[in-house]
Design a protein around this ligand. Structure first.
Ligand SMILES: [Mg+2]
Length: 369
């Protein structure tokens, strides 16, 4: 099924409140949307949500690279997903965000051609998937508590706290949330590399009684040796996020014994094709996966939710970016339950089901290749 046309758009969406993490502040989504159309009329949508401090790319670089990738695959078979992604991944080692947009558009086409929802096309069946909601770095413990209260009031059963402050300053924030939430709410913490090894050991030991789920990316992205040391030293599972982009990273991490969990983000992995490989390595090593996001709209989140539904080894769901969006430029796709906080519903429409509303404000600079 020949690819006949590729449309590339910039997609800008304002956020209701900026999210502060140790690596920077995310105050709006500056994404790129891609639509791949085939000779049969079937088309697929994908989305890139670059975050330079992690992915090394940007809306501008994604937008330019997308034009080159479009020329690379135009006229070729859209259904040869693996072959197309091999070409796309070989084109550049960088730009993982835009590679993931092409990947999810190709998977969308392939699942539609098979007349199946994407999770079924990937061999999965229905299961409950429920996301946590993230609290960014707040200045005061009072502000952290206020946000946690809102999340609990909305019915969520899992909270992710951004940590990574100096010294032991995080302990009071995490302890206050545990006290407020009671024993039955899942609490994860994500340092985004904000600690060094001794600070990570001290913090995790100081939080030993708080019944946390895991410590995500406690130390620097490149510091695999200390991740392994830390995992030996503390009783809390260690989750790798920025340290794992692709299956090569996943293999290194599990061989070194540096992580209990691997965080798959389509924007790091370059899409579902590599996300599946990361999960396969994790399964072989007895490690669980989580699925995370950057600042994707419900389009990118829909593709990620289908992957999560298709692979029960993806245990932890962190697909919450659109909760912070001021507007929703997407039609179809994953639905966020408005009564049971964090519960995701995937309609049984074919593909990943999500499309950008081409009349949405913030959709700009359409280029057609
Ligand atoms: Mg993370």
């Amino acid at each position: 099924m020949k690819i006949t046309k590729i449309n590339i758009y910039k997609l800008n969406v304002a956020m209701s409140q900026p999210i502060r993490v140790p690596l920077g502040v995310i105050d709006s989504a500056r994404n790129v949307a891609v639509k791949i159309t085939t000779e049969s009329g079937l088309y697929g949508w994908g989305e890139a949500s670059p975050f330079a401090p992690i992915t090394g790319d940007s809306q501008e670089s994604n937008y330019m690279t997308a034009q080159m990738l479009a020329k690379l695959i135009k006229g070729k078979d859209a259904l040869a997903t693996y072959a197309r992604m091999k070409e796309i991944d070989a084109f550049t080692v960088g730009e993982p965000s835009i590679r993931s947009a092409f990947d999810m558009a190709l998977y969308d086409v392939a699942a539609k051609a098979a007349n199946m929802p994407l999770y079924r096309f990937l061999g999965g069946e229905r299961r409950e998937i429920r996301t946590d909601l993230t609290i960014g770095l707040q200045e005061s413990v009072e502000e952290t508590i206020k946000q946690a209260k809102n999340i609990l009031d909305a019915g969520f059963n899992a909270i992710k706290l951004k940590v990574g402050r100096q010294g032991l300053a995080d302990v009071a924030h995490v302890a206050a949330v545990r006290k407020l939430a009671g024993p039955n709410i899942s609490i994860k913490m994500d340092s985004n590399q904000g600690w060094d090894y001794p600070t990570a050991v001290a913090n995790i030991k100081a939080m030993a009684s708080l019944n946390l789920e895991y410590s995500e990316q406690p130390i620097a992205v490149w510091d695999y040796d200390n991740m392994a040391r830390l995992r030996d030293k503390v009783d809390l599972p260690i989750c790798a996020d920025e340290s794992v982009f692709d299956h090569y990273d996943a293999l290194k991490l599990v061989k070194l014994g540096a992580a209990d969990y691997l965080n798959i983000k389509l924007g790091k992995a370059g899409g579902i094709n590599t996300g599946l490989k990361i999960n396969a390595i994790a399964e072989a090593a007895g490690a669980k996966c989580m699925i995370g996001c950057f600042a994707e709209s419900r389009l990118g989140l829909s593709a990620a939710a289908h992957l999560a539904m298709a692979r029960p080894n993806i245990t932890f769901i962190d697909l919450d970016s659109c909760y912070h969006f001021k507007s929703d430029p997407v039609t179809g796709g994953v639905i966020f339950d408005n009564k049971i906080g964090g519960l995701l519903h995937l309609p049984d429409t074919v593909g990943h089901g999500a499309e950008i509303d081409i009349t949405a404000s913030g959709l700009e600079d359409n280029i057609q290749i």
